[in-house]
Design a binder for this molecule. Structure first.
Ligand SMILES: [Zn+2]
Ligand SMILES: [Zn+2]
Length: 369
């Protein structure tokens, strides 16, 4: 680690001093800064507290749009699927037949966006989560993610695989499921990461996130590691317990992964999600998603990775991105190093049950999404 050339201090010593003082950190993946104000987590909290219903979920819910054999909002009946099930979202935000016309009128620009929105049920059982599923079942989910990516990447430049888990993340249906959206344009976050990774590759001949993974390996921000994957709280994390899951060998998309790397991915996913659930002893809400190289061009600059963006700061206190975050820049109270230490201290085995921030509302995400 090299430090500021104008300063005689080492980078580690500088960071140690900065850690207890308000400071900014740079996110090279999107070329943006965040403000870190360590110590503010001790301030008294009188705002909203998330509640934790204690009802255990049934293995099958007759009112769930995602359970096998049930009728969805558009009248279609789900098959009696045995493992995973993919279907086109009944209320898709993107449709394949949309014309991609462009409109420019002075400062006003618009363009049609064609695409697809699919829902992926991870398991037939209503009460499971990825963290509680056997490794073979999570491996099946990895395979479906990869297969869906291949299929949609043949038609669209951007394929977004993601999961919203927990009612406070907008998933009011607790049935284990994720989504896959594909579109014609590079969305905002993809465009930022495309630019930075291209530039780094042009300048160095290497992939930005492989360099980052090498720099962080065995360091204070690592949460989980195996031969193929690294999970860390990124130096520039915005959400309190945000993590980044990076492939440690060159890979641009999920379909690039061989059997061994898919198995080790399933294993590390379960360990990470168990740590999240065990951190506060509840079913941890999050948005997660894969960032894969856009299709249709060179892809050797882009390193496959996933972001986990959980909102909770404490068991019943969520971080809101408001005020300064919306108007100036993202601010966090907990250092990335402290968050990584907390996650390492939580068990990576076994899932806390009995407490959940998920409600059991019947009108599920599928009806709304
Ligand atoms: Zn269900
Ligand atoms: Zn990314």
């Amino acid at each position: 680690m090299s430090s500021d050339p104008d300063s005689p201090e080492s980078a580690d010593a500088l960071l140690e001093r900065l850690r207890t003082e308000p400071h900014r950190r740079h996110n090279p993946l999107i070329n943006e800064w965040i403000l870190v104000s360590a110590g503010r987590t001790h301030r008294p909290w009188q705002g909203r507290r998330e509640t934790a219903p204690t009802d255990p979920l049934p293995t099958f819910d007759p009112s769930c749009y995602l359970c096998p054999g049930n009728v969805r909002a558009n009248g279609e009946r789900n098959p009696d699927y045995a493992e995973t099930f993919v279907f086109t979202n009944d209320f898709s935000a993107l449709r394949p037949d949309t014309p991609t016309d462009r409109m420019v009128d002075g400062l006003l620009r618009a363009e049609g966006e064609a695409g697809a929105c699919r829902v992926l049920c991870f398991d037939r059982r209503h009460d499971l989560t990825l963290a509680g599923m056997p490794v073979t079942a999570v491996r099946r989910v990895v395979d479906v993610w990869a297969d869906q990516t291949s299929e949609l990447a043949a038609m669209y430049p951007w394929v977004q695989v993601f999961e919203n888990r927990g009612q406070i993340m907008g998933a009011s249906n607790p049935h284990p499921h994720g989504q896959i959206w594909a579109g014609t344009a590079l969305p905002r976050e993809a465009a930022k990461e495309d630019e930075t990774q291209r530039r780094h590759h042009e300048a160095t001949g290497r992939r930005l996130l492989l360099d980052y993974a090498d720099q962080e390996a065995d360091g204070p921000r690592v949460v989980e590691a195996n031969h193929d994957w690294l999970v860390l709280v990124p130096f520039w994390a915005a959400w309190p317990y945000e993590t980044l899951l990076v492939a440690r060998h060159p890979a641009s998309r999920l379909p690039d992964l061989n059997d061994g790397r898919r198995d080790s991915l399933a294993a590390i996913l379960i360990r990470l999600l168990a740590r999240y659930d065990n951190l506060f002893g509840l079913s941890f809400p999050y948005s997660m998603g894969w960032h894969q190289a856009p299709s249709g061009g060179a892809d050797d600059y882009w390193q496959l990775h996933a972001h986990f963006l959980p909102p909770l700061l404490r068991a019943s206190v969520r971080k809101f991105m408001v005020g300064y975050e919306l108007l100036a820049e993202t601010q966090r109270d907990l250092t990335a190093e402290q968050a990584a230490e907390d996650l390492r201290a939580a068990s990576a085995v076994g899932v806390a049950v009995g407490r959940s921030l998920d409600g059991r509302a019947g009108a599920g995400e599928v009806a709304a999404s």
